[in-house]
Design a protein around this ligand. Structure first.
Ligand SMILES: [Zn+2]
Length: 480
């Protein structure tokens, strides 16, 4: 199939401003994944005045809404998402992978003539590992895993693999000397399990997490071994994700398997927030509207939806808002190290003087705004306080104008993304996200896993709707 560049020959705007009133023939975008089969994503193809997928009536847009909506292109956003989730891949706070993403984002904002800054802040050491095989591993899964900081680091081991299941001494075959052992992970027994492998002469331990209750799937993890803090274990100890576990066991069932485990310590780390600002007519002391997302991801997760989707929403909205008349200053913020506990956004808020906090009208945080998981049919308005505020009010109003009332949730209490950092100090903010109908806890199965990829977890239609909702809301806030 053709690559994306060959497929998308028409700028999105031209197909969406024809005003025909009828849905264009649904186009399909082909995405070539490095080495893997190409996948096809349905491309959004509706004109400004058309009813949106899942909407209950055609929109009643203001002229200002139409300026924004006519220009927003999920296909353009997808180009950025390929760079973040495929070219760079997992973006672990403070490591080179996150820094590459920060420079990419800053470069894009620079090109759009925003006043662009990087804000550094310190973060904890990271211990990571990469699995590979001389015979190759399936390329539709990422094979980054977590390493223990209390075991062998900056080490590379290639050896045959043996599965010892529960990992008690009785589970070991006669000779595992020099082999990499797969061991079922039980947190309370992890130190004993690792010690048993060392005593048996194993070359490395690969801990396999228990399956979680559907739809959750366990993430890759860095096993902590407090008992070995003073004297690290002499062999690498790593923790894989549930999806990686099942693939490793399937490979081993098909025949002998040789793996390479390469561990790396990342110490003395600096993470960054990235800002792009365009000053409005009200000037340097005037009001500020912020649109934000986090660009880091968890271990082993390419982070296509979490939160590459929110990041590319910001970049595409920055392109559209760079030239429209605005009264307020528009500030895009891409947070680093969100996954480690909202570190970047908390750092930003903590150093922001009260007069600067007082300028902020609303912060629109976009975390997981494009999943293709079928049950994620509700667009959630998530407020850390549970109360409505300017951000939720403006998105609710934009949803009414777009004909989307049945799809959006009531304002619902939930933190755990960067809106929380702002609401903790009384700044109007909320997180916006597609999730299951009954609860914002219903996240898609690829969440925080190696399966959070464009192929398995991105809907361009949902991304387009998310961009329209936030675009209309943010412009309405900034314009007046
Ligand atoms: Zn997230």
């Amino acid at each position: 199939m053709a690559s994306l560049d060959d497929t998308v020959t028409t700028p999105h705007e031209s197909s969406r401003t024809t005003g025909s009133g009828s849905l264009n023939r649904r186009r399909m975008l082909t995405v070539a994944l490095g080495g893997a089969a190409a996948v096809t994503l349905p491309a959004p193809a509706w004109a400004s005045a058309d009813r949106r997928p899942g909407a209950h009536r055609p929109p009643t847009l203001t002229p200002h809404d139409r300026i924004v909506v006519a220009q927003l292109s999920a296909e353009r956003a997808l180009q950025h998402l390929k760079v973040l989730s495929e070219d760079i891949g997992p973006r672990i706070g403070g490591t080179d992978s996150e820094r590459r993403a920060a420079h990419y984002i800053a470069g894009q904002l620079d090109r759009l003539r925003y006043d662009t800054t990087l804000q550094p802040f310190p973060v904890a050491d990271k211990f990571l590992a990469q699995l590979s095989s001389p015979a190759g591993l399936p390329r539709d899964l990422n094979w980054q895993v977590g390493a223990s900081g209390q075991a062998a680091l900056d080490t590379r081991i290639t050896a045959p693999v043996v599965d010892v299941g529960a990992g008690t001494p009785g589970d070991y075959p006669a000779d595992v000397s020099g082999r990499i052992v797969l061991v079922d992970y039980v947190a309370a027994q992890r130190e004993q399990l690792a010690a048993t492998a060392v005593a048996a002469g194993a070359a490395a331990v690969v801990f396999l997490p228990a399956d979680l209750v559907v739809p959750r799937r366990a993430s890759a993890f860095s096993p902590t071994l407090p008992g070995s803090a003073a004297a690290p274990l002499p062999i690498p100890v790593v923790g894989v994700a549930q999806a990686q576990k099942h693939r490793l066991r399937a490979l081993l069932a098909a025949g002998p398997l040789t793996l390479t485990v390469a561990t790396t310590a990342h110490r003395g780390l600096t993470s960054h927030n990235v800002f792009g600002e365009r000053r409005g007519r009200a000037g340097r002391n005037g009001p500020v509207v912020m649109v934000s997302a986090h660009y880091d991801s968890v271990i082993g997760a390419p982070g296509a939806n979490d939160d590459g989707s929110g990041t590319v929403l910001c970049l595409e909205l920055a392109r559209v808002l760079r030239a429209v008349p605005i009264n307020a200053t528009v500030r895009f913020a891409l947070w680093g190290s969100e996954e480690q506990g909202l570190i970047g956004s908390r750092y930003y808020v903590a150093q922001l003087p009260q007069p600067e906090r007082d300028r902020i009208l609303a912060v629109y945080q976009n975390d997981m705004v494009a999943t293709s998981w079928d049950p994620a049919t509700r667009y959630w308005l998530l407020s850390f306080t549970g109360e409505s505020n300017r951000a939720t009010d403006e998105v609710s109003a934009a949803a009414r104008r777009l004909g989307y009332e049945p799809r959006i949730s009531p304002v619902t209490q939930r933190g755990a993304s960067d809106h929380q950092s702002f609401q903790e100090v009384g700044i109007a903010s909320a997180n916006f996200s597609w999730r299951g109908e009954e609860s914002p806890a219903l996240l898609e199965p690829p969440y925080h896993s190696p399966e959070d990829t464009i192929a398995k977890n991105i809907s361009l239609e949902r991304l387009q709707v998310s961009m329209e909702l936030i675009g209309c809301a943010a412009y309405a806030t900034a314009r007046r």
